[in-house]
Write a protein that binds this ligand. Structure first.
Ligand SMILES: O=C(O)CCC(=O)C(=O)O
Ligand SMILES: [Fe+2]
Length: 451
């Protein structure tokens, strides 16, 4: 029906039909998923764990087909059924001159089909439209729960597949060995070794040779790490070159926590990629920004031995420049936690909005040490905000820590020169991963394939 209306240029009707069916989709999907629960089939020669896993694989395989099954009923038999909703929708809204919904539909299509040429072409079209800002180019919020559940289903399938592979291998190795060994033994040791199978892997590093990061010390606390050599001098210099494109106050339009005695400038990852798209920044620099962030993320996840994926939640290239002020008593960045709001009077740190409660880990990758002041420090506690441990920035040094009240931290005044770093915040919650990070990667990939 949707495609018929499309061919008949009935845009309002097309948009209405799709919006209605989008609302019905979760229920229809649930019905289809429920139908997948069949009788338990016990494999005759399988052990207990194998039987359970095979049963779950069958169930999950059936459920993950639901979105395609629904597609066969409605539109043409199409693999990209869900993405095609948003293709038709963006076009319908575009024809109705409803630009914001059109842009959001296009952003959703790109989120669902990051490799589709059509989705990319649509996205480029809207990005280039006058007045379209980063704020507008975000996927529709109302369908995020559905997309997340599809992603989770997908990830879960991978885990099951891997689990089943391990079991089969184990079963073979066990032949001739002791009978009756407990399958539960499989569920320890390196069974859930990092990175998990569903972890998004770094692309192969391009343009650059990367050193091995050197973990210099775990500080007093297991939730803190420090690594050197994450970037080479050449890479720091290149990223410093990129900081020329930082803009004042970026990322902190309203209540900035930073001192007025310094100039605070920033460049987020998507803006960097967009600048490369517009020919303002050599793609190598934006790609390096992406790669350095990924490399930091991977080092942190490995060092903290995380068992589930660590997602980017916000990535920001930032510089703090001293103004001509004598006798500074302030801090460059007052003591704070990255995921709760400190009440200095009580020493409580509440993990409630407007705090970024979903942030689980924070990191700062420094690009140089050539300025005065500006040491990073951990405070003693929420009640004693004096420095407990300080870290002097230098090129390639990475400081990382869990983002809660156990790691209150701040930055001493930058009294001379410019202090630049990539600030990174991470989450374990896929619902809060930074959509703009993959959009930036997509743009850079696009540039590479075109050139
Ligand atoms: O730049 C630093 O060393 C720390 C910055 C920081 O803590 C923050 O931006 O939340
Ligand atoms: Fe912080």
């Amino acid at each position: 029906m949707g495609s018929e209306l499309y061919h008949r240029n009935q845009w309002q009707e097309l948009v209405d039909v799709i919006e209605t069916s989008l609302q019905e989709l979760p229920r229809a999907l649930q019905r289809c998923r429920d139908e997948c629960y069949g009788p338990l089939r016990l494999g005759r020669r399988m052990g207990f764990a194998q039987t359970v896993i095979h049963q779950m694989i069958t169930l999950k395989e059936c459920q993950s087909q639901c979105i395609h099954k629904l597609g066969e009923l409605r539109f043409d038999k199409t693999e990209e059924f869900f993405g095609s909703y948003f293709h038709y929708l963006q076009y319908g809204y575009h024809m109705l001159n409803a630009s914001l919904p059109a842009i959001q539909a296009s952003a959703t299509q790109l989120q669902l089909e990051p490799h589709s040429d059509v989705a990319k072409k649509n996205a480029v079209f809207y990005r280039q439209q006058h007045g379209v800002t980063r704020k507008d180019f975000i996927p529709r919020e109302d369908v995020q729960p559905l997309i997340e559940s599809m992603d989770l289903e997908h990830s879960f399938m991978h885990v099951l597949d891997e689990l089943s592979g391990h079991l089969e291998q184990f079963g073979e190795e066990r032949q001739g060995g002791e009978e009756g060994q407990d399958d539960a033994e499989l569920l320890d040791n390196d069974f859930f070794a990092y990175p998990p199978a569903n972890m998004p892997q770094a692309e192969e590093w391009e343009w650059q040779e990367w050193n091995k990061p050197e973990i210099v010390r775990f500080t007093t606390d297991p939730d803190r790490m420090l690594a050197d050599n994450v970037l080479s001098q050449d890479q720091c210099d290149k990223l410093l070159e990129l900081t020329k494109h930082c803009k004042e106050g970026d990322g902190y339009q309203r209540k900035a926590p930073h001192t007025y005695n310094e100039l605070f400038e920033g460049l987020n990852i998507l803006d960097a990629a967009k600048k490369s798209q517009e020919g303002e920044v050599v793609p190598e620099l934006s790609q390096l920004y992406v790669n350095a962030s990924r490399r930091s993320r991977d080092a942190i996840a490995k060092e903290f031995n995380l068992q589930t994926p660590l997602y980017f939640s916000y990535t920001h290239l930032v510089c703090r420049t001293a103004k001509d002020v004598v006798e500074r008593r302030d801090l460059s960045h007052p003591v704070h936690s990255d995921n709760c709001i400190l009440n200095e009077a009580t020493g409580e740190c509440d993990k409630v909005p407007p705090a970024y409660t979903w942030r689980d880990y924070s990191a700062i990758l420094y690009l140089s040490g050539e300025f005065e002041g500006g040491d990073f420090f951990y405070a003693h506690s929420t009640k004693d905000l004096s420095p407990e441990e300080t870290v002097s920035p230098k090129c390639g040094r990475l400081v990382a820590f869990s983002a809660g009240k156990e790691n209150m931290h701040g930055v001493l005044a930058v009294t001379k020169g410019r202090r630049c770093a990539v600030a990174l915040w991470f989450t374990l919650d896929p619902n809060h991963k930074e959509a703009t990070f993959s959009m930036a990667e997509e743009i850079l990939h696009e540039i590479k394939t075109v050139s």
